[in-house]
Design a protein around this ligand. Structure first.
Ligand code: CMP
Length: 138
């Protein structure tokens, strides 16, 4: 069993898609261990996306991620990191496969509805950024 970290982003929360996306997550045999709706502060968004800080889209990304509420979640399952990235689909919705969350719901490469950790190591870092151990319930 492996854990991964997920964000349902402002574009999807605004369009009332939390339940739809979580249905797709559960249909893929991923269990939602923890889930909460929060507003990211500008500082949190800058730290979370620090790896992208030299990219031309960084300021816009921080602006977008703080433009509305997000749903942060911890998912668990077999090969959870890879499995969730598969059901999310490619970053750019134009390149995402049929049946993926981004193909179905994303609005653009920036407003792409969901985030998922890209490795188990980053999943641990991202989970501990938003959740304490006692919030993860089997
Ligand atoms: P995510 O998987 O959360 O990781 C970084 C985010 O930056 C990505 O999803 C998109 O929301 C955003 N992003 C990535 N590439 C671009 C791009 N070329 N232009 C605008 N935003 C991008």
């Amino acid at each position: 069993m492996q854990k991964t970290f997920s964000i349902i982003k402002p574009d999807a929360v605004k369009r009332n898609l939390i339940g739809h996306i979580n249905q797709m997550i559960e249909n893929a045999d991923l269990k939602i261990l923890a889930s909460k709706k929060i507003y990211l502060t500008k500082n949190q968004a800058q730290i979370f996306y620090e790896v992208h800080k030299e990219r031309p889209f960084f300021n816009s990304l921080v602006e977008y991620m703080t433009s509305g509420a997000v749903q942060v979640q911890v998912l668990e399952g077999e090969d959870a990191v890879l499995k969730y990235r598969k059901i999310m689909g490619a970053t750019n919705p134009d390149e995402a496969e049929e049946g993926t969350i981004r193909k179905q719901y994303a609005e653009s490469i920036e407003a792409n509805s969901v985030h998922g950790s890209d490795s188990e190591e980053n999943a641990k870092i991202e989970i501990s950024f938003f959740f304490s151990g006692s919030e993860l319930v089997e």
